[in-house]
Design a protein around this ligand. Structure first.
Ligand code: PMP
Length: 497
C-alpha cells in the first residue's frame, strides 16, 4: 500500500477496509465486513458529517463562524465535532440522556457543547430541541435524517469502494441497518444500478420493527417525522432505528431498493459483536454485532458459494458502559487467579511477594532539601501545604477537595520540572521519609502540623478536625451541601468497590 500524507484529518475519511470473515462464517459462504471504525472518529458517520457541512458551505446555508446544531445519538456528533474543529464552526448537540456517557465526554473533549434531553422524549425530543435552538438562534441545523448530502456521500464513496472491491466478482447480498438511512439509500441506489444482482437486506431490532410492521410513518411537509412510530419500542442498538422511519430510509423503500427486512434480537447482537472480537479480531459496536447477526441469518439461508457483505458502523470501544461490556469482569476470575498463582511474583493471594534481595539504603538527608521542607511547612503566609506528584491520582483528589472547599494551598510537585534540578524533588522525598517515616506521597501539613496522606486528609475533613485546624489560621472552608460525599473525589477504583 502506498503511504500518503494528508493536508488535514478530514482527508482520511472513507476508503475503509472490506475484510473477510474466516472462522465464524457458515461453510461455503464468503462473508465480508466493511469496517467503518477505520474512519478517523471511528464510525461511518464521519462520512456524512463532512459531506453535510461541505454541502451547506457550498449552498451558502452555512456561513463562516456560524454555529452548527444537530440531534445525535453520538457518532454523528463525534464526526461533526471533528469536522467543526477543523473548519472552525462552534457546535451544539442535543442528545437523549440515555445514550452512553463516553459519547458525551468524547464530544465535549472535541470542543462541542452537549445539551441533554429527557430519555422519555426519545429521538423525537432530541430533534425538537435541536430545531428549537436553530430557530431561536439562527444556527445551521444539519438534519441528518432528511439531508440528501448524507445519502450522497455514500453514493460517491461507500458504494464506489464496494464496487471496486468486488470488481469482476459476484456480490450476492449487501446487509445494513438504518439509523438515518443515509448508508442504505446512498449505497443501494448505486448497487441497484451497477450490481443489479446484489440483494439488499435491511436489519432492524426484533422488538421494534418499524419497517417490518408496514405501518406508514406520519410526516411533516419537509419529510421530518410528525409523531413517534406506533411500533417503536426502546431497544439497545444505539444508532439504529430511531422512534420514527427517517425520510432517507423511506426513500430507499419507496424506490424498491430493499429486498428483505431482517429482525435481529438484542442478545444476538451482543453475542455476535463478541464473536467478531474473539474469533476474528474485529472490534465493532452493538449495531455492528446486530448487522452481522442479520448477515449470519442471510448466510445460513443462502445458496452455497454466495457472498455476503455486512456493514460494521463503528467500534466496540464506544460501548464500555453499555450491556455490551456488562459481563466483562473488572476483577480476576478463577482462571486468571490460577495463572497468577502459577509463578511466585506479584500475587494477590496469601503468599507474600518475595522480599527484595537487600534492604534499601537509608536515605541521606540533604540539608538544602530539609530547609525547603521546613520553610514550606512553617510559612505563615501559606499554612496549607501539599507535597505532591503531578501525575498521582491521590494528589488530584486532594487538590479537588481543597478547590471544592475553597481552601488556599501550596503544592510542591516533586516530580515537576521545577524540582528536577539537582534532583531536589528526590531529596525532598528523602527528607519527608526521614521526618515522617512514610515513603508515600502526598503528605499534607496545616500550619506545620502533619495531617498525613490523602485518605488521612479526607478523614480529618469528615470528622471536623481539619476545620478546627484551619480555623486556627483564619481559614474557613466553604459550606458543602448535605449530600456532598467527599469520597467521590477519591480515585474511582477506590470507592466503587
Ligand atoms: N450504527 C451506529 C452505531 C450509528 O451511529 C449509525 C448512525 N446513526 C448507524 C448504525 C446507521 O447509519 P445510517 O445513519 O447511515 O443509517
Amino acid at each position: 500500500m502506498s503511504q500518503a500524507r494528508f493536508a488535514n484529518i478530514l482527508e482520511t475519511i472513507g476508503r475503509t477496509p472490506i475484510v473477510r470473515i474466516n472462522r465464524i462464517a457458515p461453510p461455503g459462504i464468503e462473508m465480508y465486513v466493511k469496517c467503518e471504525a477505520f474512519n478517523p472518529m471511528a464510525s461511518v458517520k464521519d462520512r456524512m458529517a463532512l459531506s453535510t457541512i461541505e454541502a451547506a458551505e457550498a449552498s451558502g446555508a452555512l456561513q463562516p463562524g456560524q454555529t452548527v446544531v444537530e440531534a445525535t445519538s453520538g457518532n454523528t456528533g463525534i464526526g461533526l465535532a471533528m469536522v467543526c474543529a477543523v473548519k472552525g464552526y462552534p457546535l451544539v448537540l442535543t442528545m437523549a440522556e440515555s445514550f452512553s456517557v463516553e459519547r458525551r465526554k468524547i464530544l465535549r473533549f472535541l470542543g462541542a457543547k452537549v445539551v441533554l434531553t429527557p430519555a422519555e422524549l426519545k429521538g423525537s425530543g432530541m430533534l425538537a430541541k435541536a430545531q428549537e435552538l436553530a430557530d431561536a438562534h439562527g444556527w445551521f441545523l444539519v438534519r441528518q435524517f432528511e439531508n440528501e448530502a448524507n445519502a450522497d456521500v455514500h453514493t460517491r464513496t461507500t458504494a464506489e469502494e464496494i464496487l471496486e472491491a468486488f470488481a469482476g466478482e459476484r456480490l450476492d447480498y449487501f446487509v445494513t441497518g438504518f439509523g438515518t438511512g443515509g448508508t442504505l439509500k446512498g449505497t443501494s441506489r448505486v448497487l441497484r444500478a451497477k450490481s443489479p444482482d446484489t440483494r439488499i437486506i435491511v436489519c432492524e431490532p426484533d422488538n421494534s420493527q418499524l419497517l417490518g410492521s408496514g405501518i406508514a410513518q406520519q410526516r411533516n411537509a419537509d419529510g421530518s417525522p410528525a409523531a413517534s412510530h406506533p411500533n417503536f419500542r426502546p431497544h439497545m442498538m444505539q444508532g439504529w432505528s430511531p422512534d420514527f422511519i427517517p425520510k432517507l430510509t423511506q426513500d430507499a423503500i419507496d424506490a424498491e431498493m430493499v429486498d428483505e427486512i431482517v429482525a435481529v434480537a438484542g442478545q444476538d447482537a451482543l453475542d455476535l459483536s463478541r464473536a467478531l472480537a474473539q474469533e476474528e479480531g474485529i472490534f465493532t459496536g452493538i449495531s455492528g454485532g446486530a448487522t452481522f447477526a442479520g448477515a449470519m441469518k442471510v448466510a445460513h439461508d443462502a445458496a452455497p458459494g454466495s457472498s455476503v457483505l455486512c456493514m460494521l458502523p463503528d467500534t466496540g470501544e464506544r460501548y464500555l458502559s453499555t450491556p455490551l461490556f456488562e459481563d466483562v469482569p473488572v476483577d480476576m476470575d478463577e482462571e486468571e487467579l490460577d495463572i497468577s498463582r502459577s509463578t511466585p511474583g506479584a500475587r494477590f493471594d496469601a503468599t507474600a511477594s518475595p522480599a527484595p534481595a537487600a534492604a534499601p539504603e537509608p536515605p541521606r538527608v540533604d540539608p538544602a532539601a530539609r530547609k525547603v521542607v521546613e520553610e514550606a511547612i512553617n510559612d505563615p503566609e501559606q499554612p496549607v501545604v501539599l507535597f505532591a506528584l503531578e501525575w498521582c491520582e491521590f494528589c488530584w483528589s486532594v487538590r479537588k477537595l481543597f478547590r471544592k472547599l475553597g481552601i488556599p494551598y501550596r503544592s510542591l510537585d516533586l516530580d515537576s520540572v521545577a524540582f528536577q534540578e539537582d534532583d531536589l524533588g528526590g531529596k525532598i522525598r528523602a527528607v519527608l521519609l526521614d521526618r515522617l517515616g512514610s515513603p508515600t506521597i502526598p503528605q499534607i501539613f496545616v500550619g506545620g502540623t502533619h495531617i498525613g496522606g490523602a485518605t488521612d486528609l479526607f478523614r480529618s475533613y469528615s470528622d471536623g478536625r481539619l476545620a478546627t485546624m484551619l480555623a486556627e489560621h483564619g481559614i474557613e472552608p466553604q459550606p458543602m451541601p448535605e449530600d456532598f460525599e467527599p469520597e467521590s473525589l477519591l480515585p474511582g477504583w477506590l470507592h466503587k468497590r
